[in-house]
Design a protein around this ligand. Structure first.
Ligand SMILES: Cc1cc2nc3c(=O)[nH]c(=O)nc-3n(C[C@H](O)[C@H](O)[C@H](O)COP(=O)(O)OP(=O)(O)OC[C@H]3O[C@@H](n4cnc5c(N)ncnc54)[C@H](O)[C@@H]3O)c2cc1C
Length: 524
């Protein structure tokens, strides 16, 4: 039987680590293979050598005169030392390495503008870079593009507690913004997956997570942007207003544009009041149909206080090192649902959650069992449960090669796909684990094998792309296209949409200097 399953604590919303992923050359659908982030950047092969079929664009090569000029434009804040450049040239997953001769660190919008104007006049290709945590290789050069870092653009401009808005420069980290918002009793509405990520990069990548369904995505929460266009023109769309119906909402084009249209220099965000109480619980169940019924009832019963509803299957949870699960009192069960509420009245929230559990039990939707430790004074309880979810990919990667897919599709089609993969993925796949953000139909599938094989990758790409597109889904739900998944658009976007995207790109960036070889399929 369940013991008391709800725990109410005054704890901050916790982070959920997705894991690290890796791509391989020349595939229609990018491979994500988990990699060792501790690997030395110098040991990573150069991207231009791994992807031999790629041709360098018709851009100028930066000369010593160019470097001197750029140095002057950013008042000396330039890095040209080969060793120090490595961490900027190499991606977070240690799978790609460019050979940029420099990274510049502009401190003001004017400096960003001057740098872009100069690069445009010289036809030098550029890569905007935030914290360089992109999992799809969006933030590193492919050849010798000039890296423009937003690290020095780190001022908070304004926090309006009454209006619930925060505006800042693009280089502010999520960690800083969460802290600043918290001080004003506001909630910064971006999941803290990776605390060093910068808001400019987060907006450019249109980052999402488990709590997106509750707090909205960045297309809704970004109220204003300042963007420097490739020719150096400054587009000022900064605003703290939630309503502005005058003309086109042009800033939306830059949310998720992955550095292909301009450099975001300032951001204004809507921040809701910070929830005071977080409740979290895990339930175990026998079938995926039950998982979906639990989600439906949770939505119905918890309503506005539900902040996340995550699903994990047995293969996913059991991959997390046994010692953690024993320590955290999590048994082996077919399916797990992690439910989080975030509200302002602990009694009310707890009562609602208790009612939900009783209902789930009465309907025999959840199996007997209990989670622990049920210690009301244990401040790590919430984090432990979230940690199971967050460690799945890294745990799987520590015992083999992992092909990872991040897809969106109708709920009813999700687990049938996982089961189909178990049947059809091939004999070299030893485990198919899945987990996902139920509230926004985002499923992560991790297929484990002893070692990487390009043939397996091709087979899996095809199998997954076919099934996801046939179900009306998207083959990249939240990680973007960047370099590794650049060819995906051709599979899942309407040709008219692709043409309009290309037209917009040509209009804003006629020379194609902004983050080339990213977002758009090779053939285009
Ligand atoms: C462990 C881990 C887990 C993750 N989990 C998730 C997840 O679950 N969901 C999810 O959505 N993402 C996830 N991510 C990736 C996530 O997209 C990034 O962490 C974050 O959004 C990017 O922030 P950044 O500052 O590192 O940007 P970068 O990685 O530096 O850049 C990201 C992209 O934006 C461009 N860019 C950067 N700054 C600017 C700017 N100022 N203007 C214009 N373009 C710019 C870059 O060129 C690049 O294309 C994860 C990353 C890691 C390392």
């Amino acid at each position: 039987m369940f013991a008391r399953l709800t725990v109410t604590m005054r704890v901050p919303l916790t982070r959920c680590l997705l894991g690290s992923l890796r791509g391989q050359p020349g595939q229609a659908r990018a491979l994500f293979t988990l990699q060792d982030h501790s690997k030395k950047p110098s040991s990573v092969p150069l991207t231009k050598e791994s992807f031999k079929q790629l041709r360098r664009g018709d851009f100028a090569e930066a000369t010593p005169d160019d470097l001197s000029k750029l140095k002057e434009l950013v008042k000396g804040r330039i890095e040209t030392d080969k060793d120090d450049l490595l961490k900027h040239n190499c991606d977070w997953m240690r799978t790609l390495r460019g050979s940029s001769p420099c990274v510049v660190f502009p401190k003001t919008t004017e400096e960003v503008s001057a740098v872009l104007k100069y690069c445009s006049s010289r036809r030098l290709a550029v890569v905007p870079q935030g914290a360089n945590t992109s999992l799809v290789g969006g933030s590193v050069p492919v050849f010798d593009e000039v890296i423009i870092s937003t690290k020095e653009l780190d001022d908070i401009i304004d926090i309006d507690a009454d209006g619930g808005t925060l505006s800042c420069e693009a280089g502010c980290s999520l960690k800083t913004l969460e802290k600043k918002a918290r001080k004003k009793h506001l909630f910064f509405p971006v999941d803290l997956y990776i605390r060093e990520a910068q808001i400019g990069g987060v907006v450019a990548a249109d980052m999402a997570g488990p709590r997106t369904a509750r707090y909205g995505n960045l297309h809704g929460n970004v109220l204003g942007l300042e963007v420097v266009l490739p020719d150096g023109t400054v587009l000022n769309s900064m605003s703290n207003m939630r309503k502005d119906n005058t003309g086109f909402d042009l800033k939306q084009m830059f949310v998720g544009s992955e550095g292909s249209l301009g450099i975001i220099t300032k951001v204004s965000m809507a921040c809701p009041p910070r929830p005071k109480f977080i409740n979290v619980a895990m339930v175990y169940t026998e079938s995926f149909d039950h998982v979906l019924e639990i989600m439906r009832l949770a939505k119905e019963q918890l309503g506005e206080i539900m902040s996340a509803c995550e699903f994990m299957d047995n293969d996913a949870v059991m991959s997390v090192k046994q010692k953690h699960l024993t320590m955290w009192g999590v048994p082996s069960k077919p399916y797990y649902v992690l439910i989080e509420t975030a509200g302002h009245c602990d009694m009310h929230d707890e009562e609602k959650l208790k009612f939900l559990f009783n209902l789930l039990k009465d309907k025999e939707l959840i199996m007997d069992g209990q989670i622990g430790p049920l210690n009301y004074d244990d401040p790590t309880f919430v984090e432990r449960l979230w940690n199971i979810n967050g460690r799945i990919l890294t745990a799987l990667s520590s015992t083999g090669n992992v092909y990872h897919y991040d897809v969106s599709m109708p709920h009813s089609k999700q687990y049938p796909l996982v089961q189909k993969l178990r049947q059809e993925a091939g004999s070299d796949i030893t485990k198919v684990a899945s987990f996902g953000h139920l509230l926004d139909g985002n499923l992560h599938i991790a297929l484990q094998s002893e070692s990487f094989s390009a043939d397996t990758l091709d087979r899996l790409d095809q199998l997954i792309t076919e099934n996801v597109t046939a179900a009306g889904g998207a083959v990249s739900a939240e990680l973007g296209c960047g370099f590794k998944s650049r060819n995906l658009g051709a599979h899942c976007k309407d040709p008219v949409e692709m043409k309009l995207m290309r037209d917009v790109k040509k209009m804003l960036d006629p020379q194609g200097i902004m983050n080339p070889y990213k977002v758009f399929p090779d053939s285009q």
